[in-house]
Design a protein around this ligand. Structure first.
Ligand SMILES: NC(=O)c1ccc[n+]([C@@H]2O[C@H](COP(=O)([O-])OP(=O)(O)OC[C@H]3O[C@@H](n4cnc5c(N)ncnc54)[C@H](O)[C@@H]3O)[C@@H](O)[C@H]2O)c1
Length: 266
């Protein structure tokens, strides 16, 4: 586990064990000596007192309390092969590793998020994290459906919610791109999220301000530092049989179930 040793220096025991330089500069984004790129992201947020074991037990308790059964990442079905191979990577890591991908992101929002700092101690930006939603059928999917893309191109990568217990994972009470959104890392703070709105099937409200707020809240996120390992993927959900069968044909030996479920879509 890398640790902050001075204001701007990070020590990485992983590199040291491999006989490589164990210290690198904060904010460089990459530990040069470490083959796990961006390992500094695994640093616990300031004030995170609990041990990984306690956090894991807490994650189980809070996922049960708030009925969090899965977390969701939506992506183009064209990215599935590479996600199975490399794991689900943060936007920055996808670019650093020079992995080709089919983007479904709104470029303007993406740039705005890329500039937003999550942890100033190690200069972590939103782009350093894999974004997951608590909810299905989010405003992001709705927007995709209203643009030139078809929602049938989108698949859900469903993630084990116990990932909330991993070091460095944060979550928000709404869309991270919005300035009023708060970020949390203590699992107790899951209580501060508006679960009725997150779970409700619609964010439509008569009053415009209320609708805008419900849209923000419905997009509450979990941010996982740099990578979601493949073993955390519960299942992949596709829009229709054509996409589902094409994926099954392309990956016949895949142990991760591929399902078709129109309820995940508008
Ligand atoms: N996609 C989501 O489920 C989700 C959840 C919460 C918030 N957001 C926010 O919405 C905006 C768009 O997000 P985005 O996820 O489209 O990000 P993006 O297009 O900015 O960058 C990453 C893209 O690479 C894909 N990818 C990840 N690992 C890959 C791999 N190994 N091989 C190939 N492709 C891989 C991702 O699925 C994603 O499409 C962002 O601002 C994001 O933070 C997205």
């Amino acid at each position: 586990m890398p640790e902050l040793i001075e204001d701007d220096l990070i020590h990485c025991k992983y590199s040291e064990k491999k006989g490589l330089p164990g210290t690198f500069r904060k904010g460089s984004g990459i530990c040069r000596g470490c083959d796990r790129l961006l390992c500094d992201l695994r640093i616990a947020p300031k004030g995170e007192a609990t041990s990984p074991r306690v956090r894991k037990a807490n994650a189980k308790k809070f996922c049960e309390r708030f009925r969090i059964r899965e977390l969701y990442h939506i992506t183009s079905w064209r990215n599935v092969g590479s996600i199975i191979k490399h794991g689900l990577l943060s936007p920055k890591l996808v670019e650093l590793k020079d992995i080709a991908y089919d983007s479904i992101a709104d470029q303007e929002i993406r740039e705005m998020r890329g500039r937003k700092i999550v942890d100033s101690r190690v200069t972590l930006y939103v782009d350093d994290f894999v974004p997951l939603f608590f909810a299905m059928r989010t405003p992001m999917l709705y927007k995709i459906m209203c643009t030139e893309r078809q929602q049938s191109e989108i698949v859900y990568i469903c993630i084990d919610p116990m990932i909330l217990g991993e070091t460095g994972v944060r979550f928000s009470d709404g869309n991270v791109a919005r300035h009023e959104t708060r970020m949390f890392y203590k699992l107790e703070d899951l209580e501060k999220l508006d679960w009725d709105t997150i779970r409700s099937s619609s964010w439509n409200r008569f009053d415009f301000a209320k609708k805008n707020e419900a849209r923000r809240v419905k997009s509450a996120e979990v941010l996982v530092p740099y990578k979601v390992d493949r073993h955390r993927i519960h299942r992949i959900v596709a829009h229709n049989k054509d996409i589902g069968n094409a994926l099954k044909l392309a990956f016949p030996r895949l142990r991760i179930p591929i399902e078709v479920n129109p309820d995940f879509y508008f």
